[in-house]
Write a protein that binds this ligand. Structure first.
Ligand code: TYD
Length: 137
Protein backbone atom coordinates (compact mmCIF):
# COMPACT_ATOMS: atom_id res chain seq x y z
CA UNK A 1 0.00 0.00 0.00
CA UNK A 2 1.44 3.40 -1.03
CA UNK A 3 2.27 5.64 1.94
CA UNK A 4 1.26 9.28 2.42
CA UNK A 5 4.20 11.66 2.43
CA UNK A 6 5.18 15.30 2.66
CA UNK A 7 6.75 16.85 -0.42
CA UNK A 8 8.75 20.06 -0.24
CA UNK A 9 7.80 22.24 -3.21
CA UNK A 10 10.24 24.57 -4.90
CA UNK A 11 10.23 28.23 -3.94
CA UNK A 12 11.16 30.98 -6.36
CA UNK A 13 11.78 34.51 -5.13
CA UNK A 14 13.17 36.34 -2.15
CA UNK A 15 12.09 37.80 1.18
CA UNK A 16 12.16 41.21 -0.50
CA UNK A 17 9.97 40.22 -3.48
CA UNK A 18 7.84 37.37 -2.17
CA UNK A 19 7.67 33.80 -3.47
CA UNK A 20 6.16 31.46 -6.05
CA UNK A 21 5.80 27.70 -5.60
CA UNK A 22 5.04 25.62 -8.67
CA UNK A 23 3.67 22.13 -9.28
CA UNK A 24 4.31 20.84 -12.80
CA UNK A 25 2.67 17.86 -14.47
CA UNK A 26 5.90 15.90 -14.96
CA UNK A 27 6.58 15.93 -11.21
CA UNK A 28 3.16 14.61 -10.17
CA UNK A 29 2.40 10.92 -9.47
CA UNK A 30 -0.97 11.30 -11.28
CA UNK A 31 -2.75 13.42 -13.88
CA UNK A 32 -4.77 16.20 -12.26
CA UNK A 33 -8.45 15.97 -13.21
CA UNK A 34 -9.84 18.35 -10.59
CA UNK A 35 -8.73 21.21 -8.37
CA UNK A 36 -10.70 22.41 -5.35
CA UNK A 37 -10.10 24.52 -2.32
CA UNK A 38 -11.77 24.80 1.05
CA UNK A 39 -11.89 27.88 3.25
CA UNK A 40 -13.68 29.57 6.18
CA UNK A 41 -13.72 26.29 8.09
CA UNK A 42 -14.49 27.03 11.75
CA UNK A 43 -11.56 25.96 13.97
CA UNK A 44 -13.79 23.72 16.10
CA UNK A 45 -14.91 21.68 13.06
CA UNK A 46 -13.23 18.44 12.07
CA UNK A 47 -13.75 17.61 8.40
CA UNK A 48 -13.05 14.49 6.39
CA UNK A 49 -14.28 11.35 8.14
CA UNK A 50 -13.96 9.34 4.95
CA UNK A 51 -11.58 7.39 2.72
CA UNK A 52 -11.38 7.13 -1.05
CA UNK A 53 -11.40 3.96 -3.11
CA UNK A 54 -9.43 5.37 -6.03
CA UNK A 55 -8.72 9.07 -5.51
CA UNK A 56 -5.15 10.31 -4.95
CA UNK A 57 -4.53 13.86 -3.78
CA UNK A 58 -1.85 16.50 -3.35
CA UNK A 59 -2.83 18.97 -0.64
CA UNK A 60 -1.31 22.35 0.20
CA UNK A 61 -2.24 24.75 2.98
CA UNK A 62 -1.87 27.90 0.89
CA UNK A 63 -2.73 29.92 3.99
CA UNK A 64 -2.79 29.04 7.67
CA UNK A 65 -2.17 25.58 9.01
CA UNK A 66 -4.03 22.32 8.53
CA UNK A 67 -3.62 19.11 10.48
CA UNK A 68 -4.25 15.80 8.74
CA UNK A 69 -4.66 12.55 10.60
CA UNK A 70 -4.62 9.62 8.21
CA UNK A 71 -5.27 6.00 8.98
CA UNK A 72 -4.56 3.02 6.77
CA UNK A 73 -6.64 -0.14 6.52
CA UNK A 74 -4.50 -1.82 9.18
CA UNK A 75 -5.21 0.92 11.73
CA UNK A 76 -1.79 2.61 11.42
CA UNK A 77 -1.94 6.39 11.92
CA UNK A 78 0.00 9.12 10.18
CA UNK A 79 -0.09 12.78 11.26
CA UNK A 80 0.92 15.70 9.11
CA UNK A 81 0.91 19.40 9.83
CA UNK A 82 0.73 21.58 6.75
CA UNK A 83 1.88 24.95 8.01
CA UNK A 84 3.75 26.49 5.07
CA UNK A 85 2.69 27.05 1.42
CA UNK A 86 5.86 25.26 0.30
CA UNK A 87 4.76 22.02 1.97
CA UNK A 88 2.55 19.55 0.10
CA UNK A 89 1.00 16.30 1.30
CA UNK A 90 0.54 13.35 -1.05
CA UNK A 91 -2.38 11.12 -0.02
CA UNK A 92 -2.70 7.81 -1.87
CA UNK A 93 -6.04 6.00 -2.16
CA UNK A 94 -7.39 4.10 0.84
CA UNK A 95 -6.67 6.40 3.80
CA UNK A 96 -9.28 7.43 6.34
CA UNK A 97 -8.76 11.13 7.09
CA UNK A 98 -9.75 13.71 9.65
CA UNK A 99 -8.76 17.30 9.05
CA UNK A 100 -8.67 20.35 11.32
CA UNK A 101 -7.97 23.93 10.33
CA UNK A 102 -6.45 27.04 11.87
CA UNK A 103 -8.43 30.24 11.58
CA UNK A 104 -8.47 31.44 7.95
CA UNK A 105 -6.74 28.30 6.65
CA UNK A 106 -7.15 27.63 2.93
CA UNK A 107 -6.70 24.08 1.66
CA UNK A 108 -5.84 23.55 -2.00
CA UNK A 109 -6.29 20.07 -3.44
CA UNK A 110 -5.03 18.64 -6.72
CA UNK A 111 -7.05 15.50 -7.35
CA UNK A 112 -6.48 12.51 -9.61
CA UNK A 113 -10.20 11.99 -10.37
CA UNK A 114 -13.34 13.96 -11.10
CA UNK A 115 -15.78 14.20 -8.21
CA UNK A 116 -17.56 10.89 -7.70
CA UNK A 117 -19.71 10.32 -4.62
CA UNK A 118 -19.32 6.56 -5.20
CA UNK A 119 -15.56 6.83 -4.64
CA UNK A 120 -16.14 7.76 -0.97
CA UNK A 121 -16.18 5.33 1.95
CA UNK A 122 -17.97 7.35 4.63
CA UNK A 123 -18.71 4.50 7.01
CA UNK A 124 -15.73 3.78 9.28
CA UNK A 125 -16.96 0.24 10.02
CA UNK A 126 -17.14 -0.43 6.29
CA UNK A 127 -13.62 0.98 5.88
CA UNK A 128 -12.41 -1.51 8.51
CA UNK A 129 -14.31 -4.34 6.78
CA UNK A 130 -12.28 -3.70 3.62
CA UNK A 131 -9.29 -4.60 5.80
CA UNK A 132 -10.95 -7.81 7.08
CA UNK A 133 -11.72 -8.95 3.53
CA UNK A 134 -8.10 -8.35 2.52
CA UNK A 135 -6.81 -10.33 5.54
CA UNK A 136 -8.89 -13.39 4.67
CA UNK A 137 -7.29 -13.71 1.21
P1 TYD B 1 -16.09 16.28 1.31
O1 TYD B 1 -15.13 15.69 0.32
O2 TYD B 1 -16.81 15.32 2.21
O3 TYD B 1 -15.35 17.38 2.19
P2 TYD B 1 -14.43 17.27 3.51
O4 TYD B 1 -13.63 16.00 3.43
O5 TYD B 1 -13.60 18.50 3.47
O6 TYD B 1 -15.34 17.29 4.70
O7 TYD B 1 -17.13 17.17 0.52
C1 TYD B 1 -18.09 17.95 1.18
C2 TYD B 1 -19.31 18.10 0.27
O8 TYD B 1 -18.93 18.75 -0.95
C3 TYD B 1 -19.92 16.77 -0.13
O9 TYD B 1 -21.33 16.92 -0.15
C4 TYD B 1 -19.45 16.53 -1.54
C5 TYD B 1 -19.25 17.93 -2.08
N1 TYD B 1 -18.15 18.02 -3.06
C6 TYD B 1 -18.44 18.15 -4.42
O10 TYD B 1 -19.62 18.22 -4.83
N2 TYD B 1 -17.40 18.22 -5.31
C7 TYD B 1 -16.11 18.14 -4.92
O11 TYD B 1 -15.18 18.19 -5.79
C8 TYD B 1 -15.82 18.00 -3.51
C9 TYD B 1 -14.40 17.92 -3.03
C10 TYD B 1 -16.87 17.94 -2.63
Amino acid sequence: MAKPRLVKLNKIGSDAMGFISVVEKKKLPFTVKRVYWTYHTPTEIIRGHHAHKKLEQIIVAVHGSIKFTLQDNKGKEFEFLLNHPQKALYIPKGYWRTISFSKDAVLLCLASEKYDAKDYIRDYKLFMKVKEKKKKK
